[in-house]
Design a binder for this molecule. Structure first.
Ligand code: OAD
Length: 244
């Protein structure tokens, strides 16, 4: 913990990559947890591909409607807030694989959402973006008559080029890269920390478990991000809240 605090305190330019683990303590299930993970009941291919949507739009739509409802009910946690503080007075970029927008709700700015946001919708055929989901019982449609789908990256789809280019650019320039709550299994996001260390950056990993990235880390801390991040940032109030 002391090493992690020093690494963050000394860094002038930080890039953070977050995954589902940072939102776990807000009550949003991760993807690959064998018991409670989002993929535990349905395979990703059944729910998160454009073929699945074409085959069974009702199933895919209701799954995302459920996830949007969960996201609206929960709150950012101390880990999200600690990253708002980490951004102050230095170069800082927050890249997330999460589609829940909890970083923005906590106050983080200029978040690079690699996998989009379930709070936005887009036209299935023309890609026009809708910044709010029309809340209806039926699958909402675009003016052109096509169904709306969530503005997220599904399996087999490319990430938004501009967002990805920016993520690679900042990863190459930072002096500290922090990987938080991600299994580091999904590309191209998993490449970002490797690119950073290749350019000479230090790598700090914060995760409940060891991952395939741990062996590359300058330092790895195992535990909950909602506890560790406030400790790293000296936000003792949050630590005390957890102990209550
Ligand atoms: P995963 O479900 O693969 O991994 C979650 C990680 O968070 C695991 O390594 C856990 O050990 C860790 N974790 C769980 N709770 C934690 C906590 N409280 N504190 C710290 N770490 C914790 O989720 P991601 O790596 O985000 O893509 O998955 C990457 C992508 O795979 C997702 O964005 C999604 C999925 O397919 C799309 O939907 C396009």
């Amino acid at each position: 913990m002391k090493i992690a605090r020093m690494m963050v305190a000394k860094a002038k330019s930080i890039v953070v990559l977050t995954g589902a683990g940072i939102s776990a303590e807000s009550g949003i299930p991760t993807f690959r947890d064998a018991q409670t993970g989002l993929w535990a009941k349905h395979s990703p291919e059944e729910l998160a591909t454009s073929e699945a949507f074409e085959r069974n739009p009702g199933l895919v739509w209701s799954w995302y409607a459920h996830r949007r409802a969960v996201v609206k009910l929960v709150q950012p946690n101390a880990g999200h807030y600690a990253l708002v503080k980490m951004a102050l007075n230095r170069e800082f970029t927050l890249i997330t694989q999460n589609v829940d927008s909890l970083h923005q709700r906590a106050g983080s700015q200029n978040v690079l959402e690699l996998h989009g946001s379930i709070l936005r919708a887009k036209c299935f055929t023309e890609g026009k973006i809708f910044h709010k989901w029309p809340e209806t019982d039926k699958i909402p449609k675009c003016d052109c008559g096509a169904y709306l789908r969530p503005d997220v990256v599904w399996f087999g789809e490319s990430l938004a080029k501009e967002t990805l280019d920016k993520a690679f650019e900042v990863a190459q320039k930072c002096d500290l890269f922090i990987s938080i709550g991600t299994s580091s299994l999904v590309q191209p996001a998993a490449l970002l920390p490797l690119i950073a260390i290749k350019q000479g950056a230090q790598l700090l990993e914060i995760n409940k478990e060891e991952t395939s990235l741990t062996k590359y880390a300058t330092h790895a801390v195992q535990g909950s991000s909602g506890i560790l991040l406030p400790m790293i940032m000296g936000m003792w109030k949050y630590r005390l809240d957890v102990l209550k």
